[in-house]
Design a protein around this ligand. Structure first.
Ligand SMILES: NC(=O)c1ccc[n+]([C@@H]2O[C@H](COP(=O)([O-])OP(=O)(O)OC[C@H]3O[C@@H](n4cnc5c(N)ncnc54)[C@H](OP(=O)(O)O)[C@@H]3O)[C@@H](O)[C@H]2O)c1
Length: 289
């Protein structure tokens, strides 16, 4: 099977690259909009280029890790976010091959008090969330048997993310205020990549929308304490603050916990606890530093 991986230079794309070594029976084509070493150049918005690539390399499956992920910038430039997060999904979905796509908890309002199921009504509150929801619809219109995995709070040893920011700030500052009234589940992109391989390796193709994050819940404050603990940062006092004490350009969901029962039942897997994922990521980051 020939697998096209888009957005290969991002957090998830890089984790897919790492995990692909454990699955050598497939042939992989890693692509991104910006050319890099061992990466083909491919803009998912370029319909002609995507069609030519799929034909030339006899692609059987597209794993779409590409996205416009800057939540604040999307507010200012929703048109560009819409092109990458939604228009391009018509392009990818129209290739006549299987597609695994990644979406987000931001399709929900964040006002919920119980973990969101796939069947719960969506109500995106941000430009990013609107474009990602539109992407889900565009993909399913072209490719009804696509698999969509909605995830949240993604981090990795690759790229920039909350974990790396908190390590940097923890080393620079004596005190740090972090919100404790936003609850979610930190998700190690390596565990999401493993989930994608679970879908690929399953003897049956199970189309549909699934929720996938690590297990458990915490606030950004709890997450930061765990990051500092595992990074050995002792001289920064982390203070719990309310969202209203922090200036956000874009509203953030107060509760964005996803119910993963459907994924676990369909694919018969257990999912690692978020702190377990963080420990594995921090081992890599501590080795690198
Ligand atoms: N990060 C999170 O907390 C989070 C939470 C929930 C869901 N998700 C979803 O999870 C998926 C993976 O996220 P991630 O954090 O791995 O994203 P990421 O690190 O931002 O990687 C996305 C990659 O896609 C590339 N890209 C952008 N426009 C492209 C285009 N037109 N054609 C081809 N590639 C393009 C980006 O390149 P440039 O960097 O050069 O733009 C980047 O290398 C995304 O679908 C995202 O929406 C992420």
């Amino acid at each position: 099977m020939n697998i096209l991986i888009t957005g290969a230079n991002g957090q998830l794309g890089n984790e897919m690259r790492v995990l692909s070594a454990a699955h050598p029976k497939y042939t992989y084509f890693f692509t991104d909009v910006v050319p890099a070493e061992n990466t083909y150049s491919l803009d998912i918005c370029d319909k002609a280029a995507v069609s030519a690539f799929v034909t030339e390399h006899a692609i059987d499956l597209i794993v779409n890790c590409a996205a416009y992920t800057n939540v604040d910038k999307a507010e200012e430039d929703e048109a560009t976010a819409m092109k990458i997060n939604a228009d391009a999904l018509s392009v990818l979905g129209g290739q006549g091959v299987k597609v695994i796509h990644i979406s987000t908890d931001y399709v929900f309002s964040g006002d919920e008090h119980l973990p969101c199921k796939e069947s719960d009504p969506v109500a995106p509150r941000t430009a990013y969330g609107r474009t990602k929801y539109e992407g889900e619809k565009r993909l399913l219109a072209e490719c009804p048997d696509a698999v969509i995995l909605r995830t949240a709070w993604l981090y990795s040893s690759f790229g920039n993310n909350f974990v790396k920011t908190m390590i940097r700030l923890g080393k620079e500052k004596e005190t740090l205020g972090v919100v404790f009234d936003q609850i979610g589940t930190p998700t190690y992109a390596a565990d999401l990549a493993a989930a994608i391989f679970t879908v690929i390796e399953c003897p049956m193709w199970h189309p549909g929308i699934y929720h996938f994050t690590n297990e458990g819940v915490c606030s950004w404050y709890d997450f930061t304490l765990a990051i500092h603990d595992l990074a050995g940062i002792k001289n920064c006092q982390v203070r719990p603050i309310l969202s209203e004490e922090y200036t956000y350009k874009t509203p953030r969901p107060h509760y964005s916990v996803l119910d993963k029962s459907k994924f676990k039942k369909t694919f018969g897997v257990e999912i690692p606890y978020w702190l377990n994922g963080l420990k594995r990521c921090m081992e890599i980051l501590n080795r690198k530093s």
